[in-house]
Design a protein around this ligand. Structure first.
Ligand SMILES: Cc1ncc(COP(=O)(O)O)c(C=O)c1O
Length: 376
């Protein structure tokens, strides 16, 4: 059997990882500033994480949501504490798309309305509603098309206000920093305006924090920079450091009812152990502070390069916008300097490393980046 060929892949076989480093099958070392697409939050094979998962596997890996799973309540309490959203409620699932799917559905159950506001260049995942609110026609199949979604321009308060006028809006979904969209930071005023309009029209504010959340920006949720609380935060990626864990946290104003949401795998014992290990390490090692410091340092240093068009982002979610003629930079970093980075079309290099990236590794990247630009 062949694989279903949907990914353009690099000819590299990574077989081992430790912290911010990974190694291929020939023993070549790579610096990982991509974190497997913002997933590796506490570093590869973090010892506490490995031990917690190993211990749990020896006890029990999975049982269904039909029984008590105290690890879920432990995870909810820890997440409430670390995120500062202590009075929210946690629903666990397995991926970012699934988290957004549940958030959009829950919003509609809550207020009985159908229309969703989303924004140009947004990415929210590939399940049916998540892809319908994603601004990329190429990944929307005919069966996913719906009249219930309104795409608005980014940071346009007049268009936003106008869209609310018919009182049909169920929810607004927005990334605190657009990732796939090229690291665009949502302006604080715009997030505040969404909050005000959602309150006025009883709509649900969904903060997609799948990529920009979980401490990556130096605050637990990047929407926190606006000093507002969303009604639902969706999370995945960094939540399990590679183990597939997703979830939404839900404001106390939205009441649960049996059968409203459900999942077979979500919140299983092993997933909760992974989620707990991640939060324990984030807290123990002050990783949000590290993300703010090392990320802030990288952003300031990167701004000094003349050839760079713009540096955007917060903490360790950084976009380097390059001119068209420098389209080789990401490839050169990987194949000449053994550094993994991400990208956003057309020409943005994305940095999404583990939150415990050291300044020494940041400097290793800056030196390689300088060489690459000089030789381009
Ligand atoms: C902002 C955002 N939301 C949702 C998703 C979908 O997450 P997943 O691939 O886990 O379904 C992604 C994935 O890149 C994302 O960046």
């Amino acid at each position: 059997m062949n694989l279903f060929d949907v990914y353009p892949i690099n000819p590299i076989n990574i077989v081992k990882g430790e912290g911010s480093l990974v190694y291929d099958d020939k023993g070549t070392e790579y610096l990982d500033l991509y974190g497997g697409h913002a997933v590796i939050s506490i570093g590869h094979t973090n010892p506490h994480y490995v031990k917690r998962l190993e211990d749990q596997l020896h006890q029990i890996g999975f049982y269904s949501n039909s029984i008590q799973i105290p690890l879920q309540t432990e995870l909810a309490a820890k997440l409430g504490h670390v995120s500062g959203k202590e009075d929210y409620q946690l629903f666990l699932c397995n991926s970012g798309a699934e988290a957004n799917e549940n958030a959009l559905k829950l919003a509609s159950f809550y207020n009985g309305k159908k229309k969703v506001i989303t924004f140009k260049k947004a990415f929210h995942g590939r399940t049916s509603l998540a892809v319908a609110v994603t601004d990329n026609p190429k990944i929307v199949a005919p069966v996913n098309q719906t009249d219930n979604v309104i795409f608005l321009p980014w940071d346009d308060e007049a268009a936003l206000t106008e869209a609310f006028k018919n009182n049909e809006i169920s929810s607004v979904i927005i990334e605190g920093i657009q990732g796939v969209g090229g690291i665009q930071v949502a302006p604080v005023n715009f997030l505040q305006k969404i909050r005000t309009l959602c309150d006025e029209y009883n709509a649900v504010f969904i903060a997609d924090s799948v990529q920009c959340g979980y401490g990556r920006t130096g605050k637990f949720f990047s929407h926190d920079f606006a000093g507002i609380d969303a009604d639902i935060y969706s999370m995945a990626k960094g939540m399990g450091n590679g183990f597939p864990v997703g979830g939404i946290i839900i404001s106390p104003k939205i009441a649960p009812a049996y059968g409203m949401l459900g999942t077979t795998f979500g919140g299983n014992h092993l997933a909760c152990a992974a989620g707990l290990a991640v939060l324990e390490v984030i807290e123990r090692d002050n990783l949000m502070q590290n993300a703010a410091e090392v990320g802030g340092y990288l952003i300031e240093e990167l701004k000094k390069f003349d050839k760079v068009k713009e540096i955007r982002g917060r903490g360790l979610m950084i976009g380097i916008e390059l001119p068209e003629e420098l389209s080789n930079v990401k490839k050169d970093l990987l194949f000449k300097h053994n550094i993994f980075t991400g990208e956003a079309k057309p020409n943005v290099v994305r940095l999404l490393p583990a939150l415990n990236l050291t300044k020494a590794y940041a400097n290793r990247f800056l030196e390689a980046f300088a060489t690459t630009l000089k030789n381009s």
